[in-house]
Design a binder for this molecule. Structure first.
Ligand SMILES: *Cc1c(COP(=O)(O)O)cnc(C)c1O
Length: 412
């Protein structure tokens, strides 16, 4: 048995099988590259679902983490610590907002957004007790907690996990009429991904996000943008909402905010909205801890330079041109995305998304199929979709090499 095989067998024996990873066992990583236990190198075109926007072990982030490790790592929020104020102020500033509520994982931040919107609804909007409704979109991915899967449309994410949390209305993504009809006087928020990542990098029709923004304003409903995967440079702007000039009432952030080093998430909003909380009403032992704040402060400093956004925009143009050429050959049926983020539908003759991912792995490129395979594509055939989302600092030559491997797998 190879080292890879025995490590995978041991993992399978002692871990819950809630994932189906590609058969590669990573030992080290640097920048856009990972090396497995047998010394094989792989180009990382997934980047931890955007948690690694700045690359593996980015020097600035590792230095910031190391410096903080030598000072203080955890206080709990029972006490103040000296990195907290700067983290909140600088994150609020990046978002053009006033207040921050830090958590650790994305799902916790979404839960926080749901609780915030409900409380705002009761305390500020005046919704009768227990009546608050939140409108979400079909095909969404907002995490894995019991409440969050209560408003998922993915049967695999939901089955056997009920009873579900009430208070959500699900409308088709991109359908403004359905959104308008779903809103009642008890609606407190609409929660949307400005681009749906897990569903296959679905970009809504142009004008949809601004129209939702306007509708939410008219109806006194909070527009909550889950930018956990789309935000912090991925699309060529700091936030995906910016592409359509939209400013939500609340950002939900995670993934890249922790620089691929520690989990850091947050809800960012106005003082009117986040001001609803009083001590004891919400919290987390790890949210806003000193190590998390130190790393995130460095992430914020890197984002302020604009270089990652510019790079994602520029290299993203190149990525899209190259992928468009594959659509021309019929090997790829559709490409969607913005910046360094693409959903690539592979013609079914080349196998499932999983099979294409495995063939790419054999050539030294790591990607993942994105679509929950329970969802069906047009004509009833399951879509074979892979997501290309490299670290934003990837070299153009490396990206081109990765794309050459994709062409190789597709016989182009
Ligand atoms: C990953 C993701 C989440 C959940 O984040 P976790 O850190 O895995 O809990 C929520 N929303 C979106 C859009 C995501 O991509």
């Amino acid at each position: 048995m190879t080292a890879t095989e025995s490590l995978i067998e041991a993992a399978d024996a002692h871990s819950a099988h809630n994932y189906h990873p590609l058969p590669v066992v990573v030992a080290t990583a640097d920048g856009a590259w990972m090396t497995d236990v047998e010394g094989r190198r792989y180009l990382d075109l997934l980047a931890g679902y955007s948690a690694l926007n700045f690359g593996h072990r980015n020097r600035r982030l590792i230095d910031a983490a190391k410096a903080q490790l030598e000072r203080v790592t955890l206080t709990s929020r029972a006490f103040h610590h000296d990195r907290f104020a700067a983290f909140c102020a600088e994150l609020a500033e990046l978002c053009g907002m006033e207040m921050v509520l830090p958590m650790s994982t994305g799902a916790e931040a979404v839960e926080t957004a749901v609780k915030t919107a409900r409380k705002w609804g009761y305390r500020v909007k005046g919704v009768p007790a227990e009546m608050a409704k939140i409108v979400v979109a079909g095909g969404n991915f907002h995490g894995r907690t019991t409440t969050v899967i209560s408003f998922s449309t993915d049967p695999e994410a939901r089955a056997d996990f009920g009873p579900y949390t009430p208070g959500f209305a699900i409308v088709p993504y991109g359908d403004l009429t359905a959104m308008r009809e779903a809103m009642t006087e008890n609606t407190v928020a609409v929660l949307l991904e400005p681009i749906q990542g897990e569903s296959g990098v679905i970009v809504p029709p142009e004008g949809y996000l601004p129209a939702v923004r306007e509708l939410a304003r008219e109806r006194n409903v909070l527009f909550v943008a889950d930018e956990i995967q789309s935000g912090l440079g991925r699309t060529g702007r700091t936030f995906a909402c910016e592409h359509e000039g939209v400013v939500p009432d609340m950002y939900v952030l995670g993934k890249a905010l922790g620089g691929g080093v520690v989990p850091v998430s947050a809800v960012v909003s106005s003082a009117e909205v986040l001001g609803v909380f009083r001590p004891g009403e919400h919290g987390s032992t790890f949210g806003g801890n000193p190590l998390a704040c130190a790393v995130a402060l460095e992430v914020l400093a890197m984002l302020r330079t604009g270089e990652f956004q510019a790079r994602a925009a520029e290299l993203g143009e190149h990525l899209r041109r190259e992928l468009a050429a594959l659509v021309g050959t019929g090997r790829v049926t559709e490409v969607r995305g913005r910046g360094l983020w693409a959903g690539v539908d592979i013609a079914r003759a080349y196998g499932t998304g999983r099979e294409v991912s495995e063939k790419l792995m054999e050539r030294g490129v790591l990607v993942k199929d994105t679509l929950p395979h329970s969802l069906k594509g047009a004509g009833g055939a399951p879509r074979a979709t892979i997501r290309i989302a490299p670290p934003l600092m990837i070299g153009k030559e490396d990206l081109d090499w990765g794309l050459a491997q994709l062409r190789g797998v597709l016989g182009a």
